[in-house]
Design a protein around this ligand. Structure first.
Ligand SMILES: [Fe+2]
Length: 600
């Protein structure tokens, strides 16, 4: 039986950053100017949006109250009506072809390809990764790694919610800037994209317009797919199957028929398969046992009967790199395409896949997988957690203002109650204490709850309640201090004005520290882990996978990592047509997140 073996014994998760010298500064693989000697006069000369044709966006401030409200509405709509608006059913009318990435149809040829996911966030991180993907070649530890002839985008190509303009600014624009024209070496790399949950928040409309129009251009890459899922034939009897499991829903009938046809007509015993899924159900299932159900159904009913063997499963969705290894399969999460860093220190050392707690009858036999590597390391991830105290207020000023407003109202309610205010004007501005206390308590309990798909456990209620009580306690302390100050005795409405000018900003900052402390404590109990890092918006520590299928059918996976993404960019108006529009002012240093992984 073929075996999956690492090329070298990988270091423990804590050892990955022990090789800082492995990183190699990447400068552009400069080619001479275009063969014609001409330069492209349409190249931008500055980073002005009108020059670039898109707006380089800042990273999403995930705790912005307006954004939270807007995203929440989209999420609720998508989850409530997703089943009714599921465009996968409509894709039945679109061509259901499979794709052949064997060079010249040669089954013994070698091929390079890339995998990136979770890319459509802030410009600096997204463009840094796009820039590296576009380079003709990266050299790591003296080994040349050529650009992939195809680029698989594994999900979340845009944040926070999709639209044509958001895709333009956050993914298509940066990728076009990184590879403006098809490479002059006559390679024509293809992009295949799988939607993630953020691509789904408009029912997939904008995603299908961008990625599923058949032959269309995204800079020097071109698209090919017509549906939101695809099957790609690779040399040496390898296949890549990408499954669109909208929010973990059941697979739609047209999609099942598509893959069933691939299974019946193409897959043979001994074929090896890479399966791409929108989220790493194997690890999410440790908190939500249903998370792997759809994937397991696909593996059990479509692939297993053919005798083909799933050697690798790839996913994004969690914005880090992690690899679980088992007797016959590698389970890799690589979500470092641009979105805020997601922690690794909570990842379990061992998982059972499918989870033993699943309600599915007759699931695939459960197997144990152990955590082989993470990027960043668990110790680094733990260290970054503590940065929440200064990154949260720094990245989310609107959230601090929101907290300040809530605490101003809470303090006024408490102070008004303590003073037994009688003036009609003052009562107008004084919300009853009970109402404010219930709003603060209820808001914090809702904040602690997992997404709709997750399980609400007692720890969510307890931590949410304690968080609310902490804020009410802060409000009582604030009111006590306020009543000691001389401003209270000023003539009406000066106390309110002074409170808005002084108490609001100070209260907001102090409350943000209470929220930070809560997030840090709650994450220990596996509550609000996502929010602990979303609030910080760490855009460094990014990465992607470069994969190589050799002529003898060995798949080697190079997990590439960048500790620090670019911050400043220099336009290159006189460079060749296929060279990036923007160069980093400091070279990007790329390293391996762990030694290459070999699968046979
Ligand atoms: Fe994501």
């Amino acid at each position: 039986m073929p075996r999956v073996t690492p090329e070298q014994t990988p270091p423990g998760p804590g050892d990955l950053s022990a090789h800082p010298d492995d990183s190699v500064p990447i400068r552009p693989a400069r080619k001479p100017t275009a063969a014609t000697g001409a330069t492209d006069e349409s190249r931008p000369t500055s980073m002005a949006p009108e020059q670039l044709g898109f707006i380089p966006r800042r990273a999403v401030p995930w705790l912005s109250p307006v954004l939270l409200a807007g995203t929440a509405v989209r999420v609720v709509l998508a989850e409530l009506f997703g089943a009714y608006l599921d465009k996968r059913e409509l894709q039945n009318a679109l061509p259901d072809k499979t794709f052949d990435e064997r060079p010249d149809g040669d089954d013994t040829a070698e091929v390079w390809f890339d995998y990136v996911a979770d890319l459509g966030d802030g410009f600096n991180a997204t463009y840094s990764i796009a820039y590296l993907l576009a380079q003709q070649q990266l050299t790591i530890d003296g080994k040349p790694l050529p650009r992939g002839q195809m680029l698989v985008m594994g999900g979340d190509q845009v944040y926070p919610t999709p639209s044509g303009q958001q895709y333009e600014d956050r993914s298509k624009g940066p990728y076009r800037a990184a590879l403006p024209q098809p490479p002059l070496d006559d390679t024509h790399p293809t992009i295949y994209a799988l939607p993630g949950n953020h691509d789904w928040y408009d029912g997939l409309t904008a995603f299908l317009r961008l990625f599923a129009r058949g032959q269309a251009k995204i800079g020097g890459w071109h698209t090919s797919q017509s549906r939101s899922y695809f099957a790609i034939q690779l040399p040496s009897r390898w296949w890549l199957l990408a499954v669109d499991a909208q929010f973990g829903a059941y697979l739609d009938d047209p999609q099942l028929r598509y893959f069933q046809r691939v299974a019946d007509e193409c897959l043979r015993p001994g074929d090896r398969v890479i399966v791409c899924t929108p989220s790493p159900g194997w690890v999410i299932a440790t908190d939500d046992p249903h998370a792997f159900d759809t994937t397991d159904y696909f593996l059990r009913t479509v692939i297993a009967p053919t005798g083909a063997e799933v050697r690798v499963m790839l996913s994004g969705d969690l914005h880090h790199y992690s690899r679980y290894t088992g007797r016959d399969r590698e389970l890799i999460t690589s979500g470092g395409g641009g979105a805020y860093l997601y922690p690794t220190h909570h990842l379990p050392e061992r998982i059972d896949v499918p989870p033993k707690a699943t309600l599915v009858r007759n699931p695939s036999p459960s197997r144990e997988y152990r955590l082989a590597a993470t990027y960043p390391t668990k110790s680094r991830s733990r260290w970054l957690s503590a940065g929440v105290f200064f990154r949260l207020p720094w990245r989310n000023p609107a959230f601090v203002s929101f907290l300040g407003t809530v605490h101003l109202l809470l303090m006024l309610a408490l102070a008004g109650s303590a003073q037994r205010m009688s003036g009609a004007e003052q009562r107008l501005f004084t919300i009853p204490v009970v109402v404010m206390a219930m709003l603060v308590l209820g808001g914090n309990i809702v904040f602690a709850m997992p997404p709709a798909t997750g399980h609400r456990r007692p720890r969510h209620w307890v931590l949410g309640t304690l968080h609310g009580v902490a804020h009410i306690g802060l409000g009582v302390l604030g009111a006590w201090v306020w009543l000691k100050l001389p401003f209270v005795d000023l003539p009406w409405p000066l106390p309110i004005l002074v409170a808005a000018l002084l108490y609001l900003p100070v209260g907001g900052l102090v409350a943000s520290q209470v929220v930070s402390a809560y997030l840090l404590v709650a994450s220990v109990f596996r509550v609000n882990i996502n929010e602990l890092f979303a609030a910080q918006g760490i855009f460094d520590a990014k990465g992607f996978l470069r994969l190589h299928l050799s002529a003898d059918g060995t798949l080697t996976i190079y997990p590439l990592a960048v500790d620090r993404v670019g911050r400043k960019w220099t336009p290159t108006p006189t460079a060749a047509a296929d060279q990036p529009w923007l160069e980093p002012t400091e070279p990007l240093r790329v390293k391996l997140a762990e030694p290459p992984i070999r699968c046979r």
